[in-house]
Design a binder for this molecule. Structure first.
Ligand SMILES: [Zn+2]
Ligand SMILES: [Zn+2]
Length: 285
């Protein structure tokens, strides 16, 4: 069993970030540090994989995890600020109805590297297996609780790490923080955007703005903060053409959080799936 290791986390974070993303050429750590982080399970050699292999890996990882386990880990992240525990709820929500499929290249969505987007799941892949860097994914997991839960490679990596790590039980303090978050989300003005919610949560949970944004995106993927009349991962797999953007250039919220408004409030049925022990009354006061 892997154990939480503060020093290894610091090596991972420092290898990628110094008051901003490190330049590609500056990413890395000393040989000793890499050996240490590897020995603790926080640093990885690149793996060779492709889209179809990742689809199988994700299906296997998902089978070993229950909704309540990722819900409990999310709760336990709130007072501990262990962001990697928070991440699994987003990845699990994405994986839940993930379809078994082969790479289905889209003709229009290619990027300069030559990668082509799969029309079914949105992953950018190549014709042949590629070396994939897992350390950047692990960095994102520990730094923010993940930033691409809707990519098969991240979701698989996140859930497979989650399974290797010891579970922490949520405390009374975690439950209270979560109830406060839900209370705020349920009682904002009807037109309040996710950015307003991110601001209003600043006293509720020890966090910076980036962390609160990810927290909201994870709850939205789980269907707890669910925009009405939009395809939602709690009902069906949402393919990339359905993950629509508002078209506002300065709006970089992910789907579906980008569409959530105060009038959508909190969705009790998704709460019951991931947080069966949480009591929540919709409107307060
Ligand atoms: Zn152990
Ligand atoms: Zn795909």
């Amino acid at each position: 069993m892997k154990h939480f290791d503060k020093k290894a986390v610091k090596i991972l974070l420092d290898a990628h970030w110094k008051s901003g993303w490190l330049d590609k050429t500056a990413v890395g750590a000393s040989d000793d540090d890499i050996l240490y982080a590897k020995s603790k399970g926080y640093w990885f050699d690149p793996i060779r994989t492709d889209h179809d292999d990742l689809v199988l890996k994700l299906a296997r990882a998902r089978r070993e995890i229950t909704p309540k386990e990722v819900g409990d880990a999310f709760l336990a992240s709130l007072s501990s600020r262990r962001l990697e525990l928070r991440s699994a709820l987003g990845s699990f929500a994405f994986a839940r109805q993930f379809p078994d499929h082969k790479m289905s290249p889209s003709e229009i969505r290619t990027v300069p590297s030559g990668a082509v987007q799969c029309q079914v799941c949105g992953h950018y892949g190549f014709n042949e297996p590629q070396a994939e860097d897992l350390n950047v994914l692990n960095f994102e997991r520990h730094k923010w609780g993940g930033v691409r839960h809707d990519d098969v490679i991240y979701a698989w990596f996140d859930l497979s790490q989650f399974r290797r790590e010891p579970q922490i039980s949520p405390t009374k303090a975690d439950v209270e923080i979560f109830q406060t978050i839900l209370g705020i989300a349920a009682n904002l003005p009807d037109d309040a955007s996710p950015s307003v919610l991110a601001r209003e949560l600043r006293e509720a949970v020890k966090s910076n703005l980036d962390e609160r944004r990810v927290l909201i995106e994870i709850l939205s993927m789980a269907g707890v903060l669910k925009p009405r009349n939009r395809p939602s991962y709690d009902r069906e797999f949402v393919n990339p053409s359905q993950r629509q953007h508002t078209g506002q250039h300065n709006n970089d919220w992910g789907y579906p959080a980008i569409w959530w408004r105060g009038s959508d409030g909190v969705n009790a049925s998704a709460l019951a799936v991931f947080f069966p022990d949480i009591e929540f009354a919709e409107k307060q006061g």
